[in-house]
Design a protein around this ligand. Structure first.
Ligand code: G4P
Length: 538
């Protein structure tokens, strides 16, 4: 098969949701329906073992498991589908955001009773910044939930794009009768059960409307009324608009009952995009688009995970293949350093087990163990000189100041924080005027992990203290005089990050707004790209 054919077969997506919406359940059902696993319960069991304890050390002990479960590959029809998990709960971190830079689309799972919740909103923002196409699944229709029309309104408002229902529910909760497939014009009748396959469901064509009416009475009438309303008010599904992140197809179902899952899997195969070209910087500073089917292997590292065992300094780097084909034994070069990369082992994630990679194409994720020399955002190629853009650092939302228990250890602290910063475990800011170093994170657990790792790996004891900052914005300004005025006035709130990029530390959203108004020529960026070159405007 040609490179172009292999690439076209691939679908790489992330599941985004708020904890408890049913992400794990849906993941498991997708794997089950695609035939990647045969017994329900295996993904679920692992989740239980991860969350049975709230102690992060225990979570870390499970790391071998969480590594394997964070990327899953399945074969469905003639497609290779790569599913990436976005960790939530306590383990929400910048990695959660960065996963979204490695995918071509996202599947958003929403609990019908709760609508779009906080964590989903944060992830939607990143998808919006990147124009990632989003498929929406409204889960738990077998429970009493919100009215589907009001849910659509909320999703539209949160996503900032129209919803296009692809299926429509008849009844809800105890009265849940099933879903109408609006394109195929038939109704899949609901039956509870965690072991059934989609072929087991009864399907009634809409020509037999009277039968459906007789069976579901008022619920049918209500659904029919809504469907008529939607036919007039909602836009038609438009593949181009979906791919441009200008509309989201919406599906309804109940993951725990294997219901409505087939439609989602088919949408991933039929609608979701295959890998798209990616931007790379050229030596002369310009950018060039690299097509996924282009010869010559290249990929970008979007996650680096350290081994918790302090006697093993090895790391697992997760790389998204962007072009060409990977085969074992291939010579690889890290573009940033120009050094050859000799991974000790390279794995893929077929059927959730870590297996030796035989070949990987654009869209696939491979993991390799290294003893250093690989950083987040690194471009790795067979030799060709490329540097992919777009792996961002996200402005932290939580800050703590670092105090050393033993001042003699400040060198070790610097070294440790630099290393952990490179890995993306935490962001480090040095205030311009005095003061202790600041650590920035998007999830609370990141602080605990860093505190523990500094002690275990660098022998440094730190105390973490609360501080007044609630956010950071990287700043740039074309006007030198305006920048001087700003840096003089805001000196007490300026800090340099690990790449020596200047950031404004804000004490409240109001503070940021006020500062922006006072310094209109200064640009405040919520994202910083890996290379420190490109910044995105807020
Ligand atoms: P998450 O990964 O998004 O955190 O959610 P997860 O799949 O673990 O699901 C959270 C809870 O919601 C689970 O219940 C799960 O069984 C339930 N659930 C998932 N899909 C549906 C659905 O379609 N309908 C209903 N009624 N419930 C659903 P739990 O009590 O936390 O766990 P368990 O004891 O059922 O395993």
């Amino acid at each position: 098969m040609s490179l172009a054919q292999e690439t076209r077969k691939r679908r790489t997506f992330a599941i985004i949701s708020h904890p408890d919406a049913g992400k794990t359940t849906l993941t498991e059902k997708l794997l089950l329906f695609s035939g990647a696993i045969h017994i329900a319960g295996s993904v679920k069991a692992r989740k239980a073992s991860r969350h049975a304890t709230s102690d992060w050390m225990e979570i870390e002990k499970q790391r071998g498991i969480s590594v394997a479960s964070s990327v899953m590959q399945m074969l469905y029809r003639d497609h290779v589908i790569n599913l990436l998990d976005t960790p939530g709960h306590k383990d929400f971190s910048e990695d959660t955001y960065r996963v979204l830079t490695a995918v071509d689309s996202a599947l958003m799972v929403i609990d019908a009773a709760n609508g779009v919740e906080a964590q989903t909103k944060r992830l939607i923002e990143v998808c919006r910044q990147r124009d990632t196409p989003i498929i929406t699944f409204v889960n738990k229709m077998d429970r009493e939930g919100r009215d589907p029309i009001s849910l659509l309104d909320e999703i539209e408002a949160e996503l900032g794009m129209p919803c296009v229902p692809m299926t429509w529910p008849v009844g809800q909760g105890k009265a849940f009768g099933g879903i109408v497939n609006l394109r195929q014009r038939n109704m899949r009748l609901f039956a509870a059960g965690a072991d059934k396959r989609s072929d087991d469901d009864e399907i009634v064509p809409l020509e037999r409307r009277d039968e459906l009416h007789a069976r579901f009475g008022h619920d049918w009438e209500l659904a029919e009324g809504n469907m008529e309303l939607l036919a007039e008010a909602a836009p038609a599904f438009d593949l181009e608009a979906f791919l441009a992140a200008k509309q989201t197809p919406v599906f309804f179902g109940s993951a725990v009952n294997n219901f409505g899952v087939q439609e989602v899997l088919d949408a991933l195969a039929d609608l979701a995009p295959s890998p798209r070209p990616r931007l790379s910087t050229r030596k002369d500073g310009g950018t060039v688009e690299i097509a996924p089917e282009r010869e010559g292997f290249s990929g970008v590292v979007f996650k680096v995970q350290a081994n918790m065992d302090p006697s093993h300094r090895d790391r697992i780097a997760f790389l998204r293949v962007c072009s060409g084909k990977y085969t074992p034994g291939m010579k690889l070069k890290v573009q940033r350093s120009g050094k050859e990369l000799r991974p000790t082992s390279v794995v893929t994630f077929l059927s959730q087990r870590r297996e030796a990679v035989e070949e990987a194409y654009a869209g696939d994720i491979i993991g390799f163990t290294t003893h250093g020399g690989v950083q987040l955002g690194d471009t790795i190629t067979e030799g060709e000189s490329l540097q992919y853009t777009g792996l961002p650092f996200f402005a932290p939302e939580l800050f703590q100041t670092v105090e050393l228990a033993n001042p003699m250890k400040s060198k070790q602290l610097q070294a440790g924080l630099m290393q952990l910063g490179e890995e993306g475990a935490i962001q480090v800011f040095r205030p311009e005027v005095g003061g202790s170093m600041l650590l920035g994170a998007v999830g609370q657990l990141q602080f605990e992990v860093v505190q523990h790792r500094l002690k275990a790996e660098y022998g440094v004891d730190i105390r973490l203290m609360p501080c007044r900052f609630v956010g950071a914005r990287w700043v740039t300004c074309d006007d030198e005089a305006a920048m001087r005025k700003f840096t003089a006035e805001a000196a007490s709130k300026l800090a340099l990050d690990a790449a020596d990029t200047l950031a404004y530390m804000m004490t409240s959203p109001y503070d940021l707004r006020l500062t922006q108004e006072r310094h209109p020529k200064v640009v405040f960026h919520p994202l910083r790209e890996h290379s420190g070159l490109a910044l995105q405007t807020s």
